[in-house]
Design a protein around this ligand. Structure first.
Ligand code: SF4
Length: 623
């Protein structure tokens, strides 16, 4: 099939059975690739109500039709499994060079099932696939193992690893690759750990059939040139995501002190400029990326020094201001510690800040914590990250995320456990941002900015969406907002929620479109030269909508009491006005949240409990 390697690799770790089968035409025709494949496969093949850590929970890696070709940023790899963090649909993607090599080895999709009898790693070199012992790597840090495996196998192998957090089933353990790229959030690394798999090494040397090679070469060149000609190229590339830090602080969206407030007076010490001045050695990009957003640097702290990629904005905000760390070297060092332990820096920062607030309020004892801890103290934060990884003392509860930890801590701590569906909120405080708030609330995997990002519309308004800031309630004005204003929010949230999966389906990075404004026509043309099939961007958006509906159904199937109550933000966001900064006094009242949910469900064709109606399921061919 043009654009695809053509094979699905199935590995049953329990029976040590390796099966290669032709890529299903039904998947290609109905779901195209990447996130489309994973949503379909997880729904169809994962046993209903399986425990995420049982061997039967499948672990999927999928590439898209645009992956691995000579076009900008075609190196995204998509991972999926039932999430231990939420109990529902979970996926994550990662840049670097792993998936491209998997495709060059001949596989569009890899599905792992079962549990290896001993600690193992998977070795793939084109047709040769083996499950190899990995006792010598168990217990070691992610980056260290990547380095050692490259020494053992050769530099041209692409390696993904888990750290000790994945081995110990921490529910926000991630997968690491390429010395600083991660697939994180939903506990994907813990599921690999539960299967006794420490790493996967792959090297591929085959070709992928293309419909019009000369046309692709021409279009690929044009697309690179277009990226580099955009004004956004010079604005975005030098700092990458860290470049947004000051803006977020100035609009009052920078999470600070466990989302107590949304502004800090030291943003200039932890922003993109600080990275360039203090840390950066070189830019670093994923496969075929013309706008490398990775910043590789060197951090020096009183606890040690480290080479590290990052920190990106999410890490700056969640391990930085949200934990009150005011020094860019210290944030970068914490980034390094998380990478080595195999912890997601978003959830890691959010869980640590929750623990610090609990400790400050006297809800966690010094004995349970293992030492005296405080906001802003590097030693305290490193200690908490380590007890989480080792599941020691209160670290055992924290390792299950803030939702579960709040149940252990009690005393209304759930009000400041900042999550949706069990997934910690990422780096955008949203009491001043109704669109972001709704986007986080309704995301299939839980609170994740990767599912929706409309902060620009929220705080600045826009020509097509109108200014939605009137939805925000202040202490002086708690009246419900007009329907006219609500109607601006849902369309912009839906548009963002549908645009993002399109890139995950195709197998490319979305930042060329989102950050520098590359037009979607390029993707339509590239798709045609690669696959020989015509597709309109609107058709991709329609598929995105179908996937959102399918994943919603997956969550209803897997979580017995799933429904509207899983779509609310934490109480802090509707009960506590922001105490200071540019949005002092602001919050979004619960009745506004209820109205936004009603309008969102209605626009999606879901009932009042967020369950897709029969008509909606029929419309998408999902009945
Ligand atoms: Fe990777 Fe950043 Fe380039 Fe996207 S923009 S492909 S994340 S380096």
């Amino acid at each position: 099939i043009y654009g695809y390697a053509g094979t699905t690799l199935r590995i049953d770790l329990t029976d040590e059975k390796i099966v290669k089968e032709p890529l299903k035409q039904e998947w290609v025709d109905g779901y195209i690739g990447g996130r489309g494949f994973t949503a379909k496969i997880l729904f169809d093949e994962n046993p209903p109500e399986v425990d995420p850590y049982e061997g039967d929970n499948i672990f999927i890696i999928a590439m898209g039709p645009l992956s691995g070709h000579l076009l900008p940023a075609s190196g995204k790899t998509h991972f999926c499994t039932k999430s231990p963090a939420t109990g529902g649909y979970g996926d994550s993607n990662m840049g670097g060079h792993f998936g491209v090599n998997m495709k060059y080895a001949g596989y569009d999709v890899m599905i792992l099932k079962g549990k290896a009898k001993q600690q193992s790693y998977i070795f793939i070199e084109d047709d040769n696939v083996e499950i190899r012992p990995a006792q010598q790597y168990w217990g070691k840090g992610s980056t260290q193992v990547e380095e050692e495996l490259k020494k053992e196998l050769g530099e041209d192998f692409q390696i993904l690893t888990i750290g000790p957090a994945g081995e110990n089933l921490v529910k926000f353990a991630c997968i690491s690759h390429d010395f600083g790229r991660q697939a994180g959030r939903i506990g994907i690394g813990a599921v690999l750990g539960s299967k006794n798999i420490k790493a996967i090494a792959v090297k591929g040397t085959k070709s992928i059939p293309v419909f019009d090679p000369a046309g692709l070469l021409q279009k690929g060149k044009e697309t690179y040139a277009a990226c580099r000609a955009k004004p956004g190229f010079t604005a975005w590339t030098p700092q990458g995501t860290a470049g947004i830090t000051d803006w977020c602080n100035n609009v009052g969206a920078l999470p600070t002190r466990n989302f107590k407030t949304s502004y800090c007076d030291y943003a200039d010490k932890i922003n993109g400029q600080a990275i360039l001045k203090e840390l950066k050695i070189t830019d670093k990009g994923c496969f075929a990326c013309p706008i490398p957003c990775g910043k590789y640097g060197f951090a020096k702290t009183k606890l040690g020094n480290a080479y590290v990629e990052g920190p990106e904005y999410e890490t700056l905000s969640l391990l930085g201001s949200n934990c009150e760390v005011k020094d860019i070297h210290e944030i970068a060092y914490l980034n390094y510690i998380c990478d080595e332990l195999g912890l997601d820096t978003c959830s890691g920062g959010a869980v640590v800040s929750f623990a610090l607030e609990c400790y400050e309020k006297g809800l966690i004892s010094k004995e349970d914590m293992g030492m005296d801890v405080k906001f802003g103290d590097l030693e305290s934060i490193v200690h908490i990250l380590k007890i989480i990884t080792e599941r020691k003392g209160i670290g055992n509860a924290l390792a299950d995320g803030v939702k579960a930890a709040a149940e252990v801590v009690g005393n209304d701590s759930d009000k400041f456990a900042i999550h949706v569906k069990g997934l910690e909120w990422t780096g955008y405080e949203s009491r001043n941002a109704p669109g972001m708030m709704l986007g986080y609330m309704t995301a299939d995997i839980g609170a994740h900015h990767g599912r929706c990002w409309v902060l620009g519309n929220d705080v600045a308004g826009s020509a097509d969406a109108g200014n939605v800031t009137d939805l925000i309630t202040s202490e002086q004005n708690t009246t419900t907002l007009s329907k006219a204003k609500h109607e601006h929010v849902v369309p912009i949230v839906l548009k963002s929620q549908h645009t993002r999966p399109a890139f995950d389906i195709l197998g490319t990075c979305r930042l060329q479109y989102m950050e520098i404004g590359l037009e979607t026509d390029y993707y339509e043309d590239l798709f045609y030269t690669i696959t020989g099939k015509k597709i309109k961007w609107d058709e991709l958006l329609k598929l995105s909508e179908k996937i959102w509906t399918l994943n919603r159904m997956y969550n209803f199937r897997e979580i017995s009491d799933f429904g509207r109550k899983y779509d609310y933000p934490p109480a802090r966001f509707y009960e506590e006005p922001i105490p200071d900064g540019p949005n002092k006094g602001h919050f979004i009242a619960l009745d506004v949240i209820e109205q936004m949910l009603d309008e969102y469900y209605s626009a999606r064709g879901w009932d009042n409990n967020g369950y897709p109606t029969e008509e909606t399921l029929i419309n998408f061919g999902l009945a």
